[in-house]
Design a protein around this ligand. Structure first.
Ligand SMILES: Cc1cc2nc3c(=O)[nH]c(=O)nc-3n(C[C@H](O)[C@H](O)[C@H](O)COP(=O)(O)OP(=O)(O)OC[C@H]3O[C@@H](n4cnc5c(N)ncnc54)[C@H](O)[C@@H]3O)c2cc1C
Length: 384
């Protein structure tokens, strides 16, 4: 197997994560509490600002450094979902923002003083069909006035800023359905209580996700990112980074399950011998390793293409799909290997099992990836 990239970064992440053992996550998980201490430690160690260029106070590293960080967080039994978006959401400002916007926000994001880790796209009525979003921003003098609703917007209560996708021209008045959408940077500190209401949504995992209600929220026109009407393209650009990074979290989860299953199968004795001597136990662990290794190679390839500035939408999608399926297979195998103990909270397997299931649905579901590959790569007829 090829050497894992960024060994020093991986080693320091592992050391940091050792201070946040299973008992820390179990306690938060019970009451659905945000891992403030963990996020603070990652921030002060500089791990969340590796993608911000040096001129704005970050480390200026490539995407593969970020994949190494998230993979190790997840392999250690921790979860990066509470803050991973702080790493990459700023990419929308970096790539499409004005010089003034970059100067104003990026240094604060790099230091962690400003949290930009909310990304508002999904809506209850449009689902995956993003061009049908209804949240609308109408121009009024120096402001946009935003009305509508979003769902599943993670970390909104723990963000100072949010990248928000809105319609600025109705869908039936544009030539292409993806035209007429725009990206606004919303200052949550001013917005909440002044036209923005946040309602937490309790889910099967501790993910700080929420529903947002916009009722004539005023956002300064100066907070428009890039050009009005071109927002969908900007959002798509950011999604490749997100998919590759989330795929690396799946790889970390998968390694966690394989590590735990291998250790347990070697130690647990039933019928007078370690259960791992039975091929019925060994083979699923070996299969998980094989599948995960293939997925990891795809994640590395997608990250390398992203770093080289090459188009990598298909590879990012394929990496996310393979990694989320490999981690889910490993999760199921790990529960089975542990027998009854797989269900006990103190083993962390059931928590990670619930956590890793998310990634076949979010940030994009498997069917939509298959549809992309079928129609864009294989040129099969479009079904929608
Ligand atoms: C915990 C959590 C956190 C999230 N965080 C965020 C966030 O921070 N920001 C954000 O904007 N969104 C977020 N999401 C939303 C997430 O991206 C969506 O849930 C996901 O993209 C799927 O969209 P949907 O739920 O609307 O499903 P739908 O679009 O309603 O689809 C439901 C099912 O039908 C399938 N389907 C739909 N159309 C087709 C078709 N034509 N052919 C075949 N199958 C189809 C889908 O694959 C899916 O399995 C989050 C979701 C969750 C659960």
């Amino acid at each position: 197997m090829p050497e894992a990239s960024h060994p020093e970064i991986r080693e320091s992440v592992r050391r940091l994560c050792a201070d946040f053992p299973g008992s820390y996550w179990q306690a938060l998980d019970r009451d659905r509490i945000y891992p403030t201490e963990f996020v603070r430690t990652l921030t002060s160690s500089g791990f969340l600002s590796v993608l911000v260029p040096e001129e704005f106070g970050g480390a200026g590293l490539g995407l593969s450094a970020a994949t190494a960080i998230l993979e190790e967080i997840h392999r250690s039994g921790c979860n990066g979902g509470a803050c991973h978006a702080q790493m990459y959401t700023m990419g929308t400002i970096l790539k499409h923002g004005s010089a003034e916007q970059k100067q104003r926000y990026l240094p604060g994001i790099a230091s962690g003083e400003l949290r930009l880790q909310a990304f508002g796209v999904t809506e209850p009525t449009s689902g995956t069909d993003t061009t049908r979003i209804k949240t609308f921003a109408r121009r009024d003098g120096d402001d946009y006035v935003v009305s509508g609703q979003k769902i599943w917007i993670s970390r909104a209560e723990h963000s100072d800023l949010m990248v928000l996708l809105v319609r600025t021209t109705p869908r039936d008045q544009v030539a292409k359905s993806s035209d007429g959408m725009s990206v606004l940077l919303v200052d949550m500190r001013e917005a909440v209580g002044n036209g923005l209401t946040i309602r937490p949504v309790r889910t099967m995992l501790n993910h700080a996700t929420t529903e947002l209600f916009f009722d004539d929220l005023r956002v300064p026109a100066a907070n428009l990112i890039g050009e009005e009407g071109k927002g969908f393209k900007y959002i798509l650009d950011g999604m490749n980074a997100e998919r590759i990074l989330i795929a690396s979290e799946c790889i970390g989860d998968g390694r966690f399950f394989i590590d735990r299953a291998s250790a347990y199968a070697s130690g647990r004795e039933v019928f007078g011998r370690p259960i791992g001597e039975n091929q019925g136990i060994q083979f699923p662990i070996a299969r998980a390793h094989v599948q995960l290794s293939a997925a990891a190679a795809m994640v590395d390839q997608a990250a390398a293409m992203f770093e080289a500035g090459e188009p990598c939408g298909t590879e990012a999608n394929m990496a996310k799909m393979l990694a989320s399926e490999a981690s889910w297979y490993a999760a199921d195998m790990c529960i089975q290997t542990h027998g009854g103990f797989g269900f006990a909270e103190e083993y962390d397997i059931e928590r990670k099992f619930r956590e890793t299931r998310l990634y076949q649905v979010a940030p994009i579901s498997t069917n939509l990836i298959l549809s992309h590959v079928a129609t864009h790569v294989l040129k099969l007829p479009k079904s929608f």
